[in-house]
Each structure stands twice: as C-alpha cells, then as structure tokens.
Design a protein around this ligand. Sequence first.
Ligand SMILES: [Zn+2]
Length: 249
Amino acid sequence: MLSSLRFGASRIGRFVADLIYPPSCSACGAALVDAEGLCPACWRAMPFVTRPYCDRYGTPLPVEHGSLLVSPLAIADPPVFGHARGVARYDGVARELVHGLKYGDRPELAPMMARWMVREGQDILGKASLVMPVPMHWTRLFRRKFNQAAALAHAIGQETGLPVDCDSLRRVRRTRPQVGLTRPERAANLQKAFHVSETTRFRVQDAKIVLVDDVMTTAATGNAAARALLKAGAASVDLLVFALVAKGG
Ligand SMILES: [Zn+2]
C-alpha cells in the first residue's frame, strides 16, 4: 500500500515536473514524448563509435582492417595508458553535447553522457578499482567553476558503484590550451603537468584506475596523466572519454 502510494506520488511528481519542464531533446531541444535523452533525429545523427575500433586508442578502424585489433598508430606510438574507450567521434551531436556540458551550464547532461560511457567502457570498468577525472588546473577551475570531467566521473561512480577520487591527481602546471598544437608540441606542453602528492599516494598505489575525460584529442593529456599515476604506483590506467577525435587511426 505504502509503496504503491509512493509510486503514485512519484508519478504525480513526474507529471508536475513534465508540465513545468517538458522533456526535450538534450541536443536540439525538440519536444520529446517521454523521458529525457535525444530525439530520433539526433540519435540517428550521433556519431557513435562502432566496431572495429583500435583496442589501445579506441579510435574507429576501417572495416577492411579485418582481424587487426590495433591501429597503425598504436603499433608505431603505443599510448602510456592501457586502453581508451569513447562513446562517439567528436563531431556533430556529440560535439554539441560536450560543449553543452563544458560551456553551456548544463550539468544535467552528465548522467546521460555517463550512462553511455559506462556501456562503452564495460571492459575497462569491469576490472577497475578506482575512477578519476582528468583534473583541471585550479586557476582554470576558478574561472570556469566547473570541471566537466569531474561531473562525468561522479556520474560514472554513481552508475557503477566504483569509488571516485578527485583529489589525488593534481594538475600542478598550468598548460596553455592544446588547441592548434601539433602532437609533439602537445606532449611537451604537458610534461610534468600532473602530479600525485605524497599524502595521497597510498590511494593510487596498486589501484586499477579508469581516468575520465570529456574528449580525447591526441591522447597527450591521457598519456601525461597516466604517466604520473603509474609513477605513483598505480597497477593500471585506462582512459574513458565521451568523445574522441578519430584521426591518426
Ligand atoms: Zn534532437
């Protein structure tokens, strides 16, 4: 009786909320009949990463790649982290969602994006012991007031039950924005940008870490963060992002 009353109350609450905030597409704002998410048109336009993809970088591979599981890039220049997984290519609807979360004051996008990330990152999350966002330098965080990677990491923690650690990995050097830099320039820009402090090192030691970020562009950030975590004693570091730039695969 009580549970059915509660169920009824939550249904009424939902009905009232829908009147005030009618469900709409998270990307284009089109009205939806029920629930939140994407409208059919945006869903079809989402550049989801599908198999085959590179086992190391997570980037899509041409179908004619056959049974090869890694990209030529992963053979020529293997990443420091173990495996990267991404939901979509950084393009179109996926880019709009990333921008909405990052600049548009839309933190409500994080749970939806995180659910997709959990689905896509099943293999790396299944063996993980700790989730960590890629940290922002405090000056940037101060200006922006919101770290989208931390919002995604928290939502992934809620979805999976894995602990989330936002403190142990620090961005100690302010790096200039990576946009427009070449691959070697990005790596140099990020040299020693991340650090695990002595006081929090015990949390990282022997941990199987999944690093979370919104976008992977060249993997330079993921590599630099993974290097700092492995140096601090992490057993493994994988990378889970919402969107990845699919070039060089
Ligand atoms: Zn839409």
